[in-house]
Design a protein around this ligand. Structure first.
Ligand code: AMP
Ligand code: ZN
Length: 492
């Protein structure tokens, strides 16, 4: 194992410091995943990409990484950005929307968007997490945690649910600065609920026998609060104290603040030693929003001709702690750079086959450039420098005709850069945007079936619409209903 230090800004101590693992050389890492009520957008993916780069960098210095990234399929409410959840469950709201009409129930909707998320994940060439647990698979543990918190005096039951008593956890606010005192002074909105002991208290369990996803608990029918899922899933897979936890900057409060309060009250131990938060992605200088028409999904950009690796490149091109502005120009520049790697890769492949014998004039230089790229990543994920080093190497590879020996060095460099940054090539299995090999597709038949399904949906004949979707998927055709009402399809 290398002696290199991995320095990363820690949002809890508010300084950059070495990432220290409890078990030497083994990073236990948890990342808050998406709520699967819609497609994950490129802003979400910016945060996931930060986590992906951390995993790649840790592995590059020989660490073992156990990476857990959850899927939220219940309990995230529309007004969760205030200290205590209120509003509707995002999943239920999505089912009632126009886009939700294609699904028979909320479970089917969750499954659909989960699949979409995983395929976008692969398109952007992210490393697969070791575990991708779902909130709905861990409801039992969430109920046990609620019981435990009540038994230990940290939580209490009301007519509407089970609430964490922020009073009992004086360190509340240590991550976000939103202490109970400041919440009482109105620094952030809190949900007013006369059943709560203090307005800053937050929900662990919501009683609701009308909710579409409900479980029976000691408090009757209901569903878990959003924060408890991450506390129990992190503990279930990574232990009482984890090394690193990441999410977008909006997760700091209330989500991560509440996770800390619950977990530390449950175990009496520190929950997490190092916290990473990614600054928000903006699009053409503005917040991404459907009404501004600047709301991008990975699949939409790809359907419009973007190279998935160029999207990845554009999303990691800036320092993760600063807002990143995603622009058409940025995407074009990313494509130009991705093509530089492709040319270097092609030159290496060709020279490995037919290059002349002779000296390796570039190996040492490439090794040193790779080390500089790695050092940049180890210095709080300095992607702009790491990428510029990677490009410098690609330029050297394409400078002069390569001998076979030089091509071997070139290949080693590109392999290592690809492992570190994921921008040289896709693993072949993850190339869904390239022309799919396989049996020829009868396009006229597919289009006819899609029209028939559209007509069935218009007549609200869900059975027929579903049967057609299955008929298509049985022949390897995946159908996607786009938010703008159109339907697209792909093979595989
Ligand atoms: P959600 O599906 O809302 O739970 O979000 C999934 C992840 O994406 C969370 O870690 C969010 O903090 C993060 N996120 C949401 N919007 C953005 C954005 N515009 N830029 C970066 N990260 C984001
Ligand atoms: Zn979470």
């Amino acid at each position: 194992m290398s002696e290199k230090q991995f320095r990363l800004y820690d949002s809890l101590s508010r300084k950059e410091k070495p990432l220290v693992t409890e078990e030497p050389g083994h990073l236990r890492f948890y990342t808050c995943g998406p709520t699967v009520y819609s497609y994950a957008h490129i802003g979400n993916f910016r945060s996931f990409l930060t986590a992906d780069l951390i995993v790649r960098t840790a592995r590059a210095i020989g660490w073992k990484v156990t990476w857990v990234s959850n899927i939220t399929d219940v309990g995230h409410l529309t007004d969760d950005d205030i200290a205590d959840a209120t509003g509707e469950d995002k999943m239920e709201k999505a089912l009632r929307s126009k886009e939700g009409e294609q699904f028979h129930n909320v479970w089917e909707l969750a499954e659909y968007y989960e699949d979409a998320y995983k395929s976008d994940w692969r398109l952007l060439n992210l490393v697969e997490p070791d575990v991708r647990p779902k909130a709905t698979q861990h409801v039992r543990e969430q109920i046990v945690a609620a019981e435990d918190l009540i038994a230990k005096g940290f939580a209490y039951e009301t007519p509407t649910g089970v609430y964490f008593s922020v009073d009992k956890f004086p360190e509340y606010g240590k991550l976000s600065g939103n202490t109970q005192e400041s919440l009482r002074k109105g620094v952030r909105d809190v949900v007013m609920d006369e059943n709560k002991k203090d307005q800053s208290d937050f929900a662990i369990w919501k009683k609701d026998d009308k909710h579409l996803m409900q479980w029976f608990s000691p408090y009757g029918w209901g569903f878990p609060g959003w924060h408890i899922e991450c506390s129990v899933m992190a503990r279930a897979y990574l232990g009482d104290t984890i090394d690193l936890h990441s999410g977008g900057e909006d997760n700091k409060f209330p989500h991560h603040e509440c996770e800390i309060a619950q977990s530390e009250s449950l175990t009496g131990k520190p929950f997490c030693n190092h916290w990473t938060h990614t600054a928000f992605l903006q699009v053409n200088g503005q917040k991404m929003s459907k009404s501004l028409g600047n709301f991008y999904y990975v699949r939409g950009l790809v359907e419009n001709g973007a190279d998935p690796l160029a999207i990845r490149f554009a999303l990691i091109a800036g320092i993760y702690r600063k807002n990143l502005n995603f622009t058409d120009q940025g995407l074009d520049d990313a494509k130009t750079n991705i093509d530089r790697f492709k040319r270097a890769d092609a030159a290496v492949t060709e020279a490995l086959e037919s290059g002349a014998a002779g000296e390796d004039a570039i190996g040492e230089e490439l090794d040193s450039i790779y080390e500089q790229a790695l050092d940049a990543m180890l210095g709080d994920l300095n992607t702009p420098i790491a990428i510029s080093k990677a490009l410098e190497g690609a330029k050297i590879i394409t400078r002069d005709p390569l001998t076979k020996a030089a091509a071997e060095s070139g290949q080693r460099f590109l392999d290592r850069v690809n492992d570190l940054l994921g921008i040289v090539r896709h693993p072949e299995a993850f190339a869904p945007c390239q022309e799919a090999a396989g049996p020829a597709v009868d396009e006229a038949w597919v289009n006819e079936r899609i029209e028939a399904r559209k007509a069935a949906k218009a007549a609200k004949d869900w059975g027929t619409a579903d049967a057609i979707r299955k008929e298509l998927s049985d022949t390897g055709i995946a159908v996607t209903d786009n938010p703008d009402g159109t339907t697209s399809w792909s093979v595989g």
